[in-house]
Design a protein around this ligand. Structure first.
Ligand SMILES: Nc1ncnc2c1ncn2[C@@H]1O[C@H](COP(=O)(O)OP(=O)(O)OP(=O)(O)O)[C@@H](O)[C@H]1O
Length: 606
């Protein structure tokens, strides 16, 4: 059991909804399709009436034949039966078509809603939850939701048929009708008992599928690293384990679902035996006609059918309900970044103030403790520090990707929490460490920053980065296709595209996580020239990895354990001989043109 359920816990944003809440939410999605739904209900009623008429007509024809031996009456009944069957078939056809249409429309809407909910989640959400699991909520869970609705319509038609058949039976013979129904509580009891267990099993089965998805997605995304480190076998073993878990969970649910069906059929057969025995006795005693006896035997099938099919498609029904629960949980996930107002942001000078800020990602560790810092408008700040010192976290807070727990962050002396975030993000340029390019051309990727930019504007910004020489090297210039995630370009070229993109955006504040990947000296020079253009007249927060950037910065801030350990210019800090000079000797000195290997540490106390 431990192995089977391991890792299949709910996500922290998951919640349990009651069936009523779920049905209410589902109904809400059907409201715009009211006319179609009414047509479906009318067709369902018609269908049920016609299906009830079928055994009734046969029963009558038996009685007519027995009493009058008149073949003519039987022929008329045969024609009636034919007509009712044809009508029932037509109703069914239209019902299925209308259902498919309305369900399709609802899934379209639901998927759009889920997608936009995913897009509006904070960055913390994507850090915490694997993309594979999010993908399966948007795709397969919304699909399963469609199944639940189709099944509900089928169920509705069967329940209606059930009610009509019961009414007819009571009119024909109350005693036999009661006998027929006596077995129902047993069937309902078993089906309800099964219902409770089924939901639990279904949830596990969906979670295990999401786990398989997440694993495959991670492996495919990291395949280069996996192959590089020859980790194929380990990844294969890990996948095998997760896949096996999914297999066990599914086999267990399969046993449960397949086990319930024969039990219900067995109980139903007991009912058939009772009717054959007691009904037969009544016919012999002359209490009921042969036609009525036939009607009861024939109707038994119609009565058991809804109950047994509820149980048999309960698995899918549960799957759909559990899926809708997962979809709604994603829609309802609480945002963690809270704005107190939505002031429009027209222009920003770029002054940034941290006032006694406390920040942690989770309960485990406080990343920033009572952190205070003022960055002047137009200033370039280089953050340096050992890994895990909190450099990127400061960038993420300025980007408003994460919520801080205490203190204040001010932009131009205004609370960052009071801005309209969409407006604010337009004034904020972010250059991540490994630039992500979307499939398309170089032009498409630069234009991503401002879709309404003309070709001339795109070319102009591209020319400004590194004098535009890098474009000539591209096989088709700016029309070169970059491939998935920019794979067809070199790392240096991707960085240049990212710089051009941010230049087109023309933000007031730039947050740059400088790339650590080394590039050839020519590209390095082009990047440096590009940076000079971009950082001019803007506030820039650079998580610096290159000595040249650090030396060009107006101020260097050395972070250590989420606190400012030192600040000043390169020369000042080197003079001081503290944290910075240690870092310089460890990380940056080899980048210096004067560096000679084997030279030892630069004396820092002069
Ligand atoms: N998404 C996250 N969830 C939980 N903890 C995180 C997350 N991101 C970073 N941390 C933790 O916060 C601390 C600060 O991380 P941060 O990324 O800001 O460091 P950094 O100085 O930028 O390091 P590096 O130079 O390696 O990028 C680290 O201890 C890290 O483990």
């Amino acid at each position: 059991m431990g192995f089977i359920m391991a890792g299949l816990d709910a996500e922290s944003y998951d919640r349990n909804y009651t069936d009523r809440q779920l049905i209410k939410r589902i109904m809400h999605y059907f409201k715009p399709h009211l006319r179609l739904m009414i047509s479906i209900v009318v067709l369902v009623v018609l269908n049920a009436c016609l299906d009830t008429a079928y055994p009734l007509l046969i029963s009558n024809s038996i009685d007519t034949l027995v009493s009058s031996q008149a073949m003519q009456a039987a022929i008329v009944l045969v024609i009636f039966i034919l007509c009712s069957s044809a009508l029932s078939w037509t109703c069914n056809l239209f019902r299925q078509r209308f259902t498919a249409r309305s369900v399709g429309d609802v899934v379209l809407q639901l998927r759009t809603d889920v997608f936009s909910a995913v897009m509006s989640r904070d960055m913390s959400f994507f850090d915490e939850f694997s993309s594979g699991k999010i993908v399966s909520r948007v795709t397969s869970d919304t699909e399963n939701f469609a199944t639940v609705v189709t099944l509900t319509v089928n169920l509705l038609s069967q329940v209606l048929l059930y009610i009509l058949v019961v009414i007819v039976l009571f009119f024909r013979n109350a005693q036999l009708a009661l006998l027929t129904l006596s077995i129902m509580p047993l069937i309902i009891g078993v089906a309800l008992g099964f219902r409770r267990v089924a939901r639990k099993f279904t949830r596990s089965s969906q979670r295990s599928l999401a786990r398989v998805n997440a694993n495959v997605q991670e492996i495919v995304s990291g395949i280069t690293i996996a192959k590089n480190f020859r980790q194929e076998q380990n990844m294969y073993d890990e996948f095998k384990e997760i896949n096996k878990q999914s297999y066990h969970v599914n086999v267990r649910s399969g046993f449960l679902y397949n086990g319930i069906f024969p039990v219900l059929v067995f109980i139903a057969n007991i009912g058939t035996i009772l009717i054959i025995y007691f009904g037969g006795r009544s016919v012999v005693a002359g209490n009921i006609s042969a036609g009525d006896w036939f009607l009861f035997i024939q109707s038994l099938g119609l009565l058991w059918q809804p109950l047994t099919s509820i149980a048999s498609f309960w698995s899918q029904f549960q799957l759909g309900l559990a899926a809708s629960e997962r979809v709604f949980a994603l829609l309802d996930a609480e945002p963690r970044v809270h704005q107190i107002a939505e002031k429009p942001v027209h222009d920003i000078q770029g002054k940034i103030t941290f006032k006694n800020v406390f920040f942690s990602y989770d309960d485990r560790q406080t990343v920033l403790k009572d952190f205070s810092l003022t960055i002047k408008a137009g200033e370039t700040i280089a953050f340096v520090g050992h890994t895990g010192a909190g450099k990127s976290s400061i960038g993420k807070l300025i980007s408003r990707f994460y919520e801080f727990q205490g203190g204040q962050i001010l932009i131009d002396d205004q609370d960052i929490r009071s801005f309209d975030l969409q407006d604010y993000h337009k004034r904020l340029g972010i250059v991540p460490q490994s630039p992500f390019l979307f499939s398309g051309t170089v032009t498409d990727n630069i234009r991503y920053a401002r879709p309404d930019a003309t070709d001339a504007e795109v070319t102009a910004v591209a020319q400004k980065i590194g004098g535009g020489d890098w474009i000539e090297v591209l096989p088709e210039g700016l029309d070169t296709v970059v491939g998935e995630t920019g794979r067809a370009l070199s790392m240096g070229q991707r960085q240049l595209v990212a710089l051009a993109r941010v230049l087109l955006q023309d933000p007031a504040i730039i947050i740059m996580d400088e790339a650590t990947a080394s590039v050839d000296p020519l590209t390095e020079a082009q990047i440096q020239e590009g940076l000079d253009v971009i950082l001019e007249h803007r506030t820039a927060i650079v998580i610096a990895h290159r000595l040249s950037t650090i030396k060009h910065a107006d101020r260097i801030i050395v972070l250590d354990g989420g606190r400012i350990a030192e600040e000043g210019s390169h020369d000042e800090l080197m003079q001081r001989g503290g944290h910075y000079s240690d870092l310089y000797n460890t990380y940056f000195r080899h980048q210096s043109p004067d560096y000679k290997p084997g030279e030892g540490f630069i004396p820092t106390h002069r």
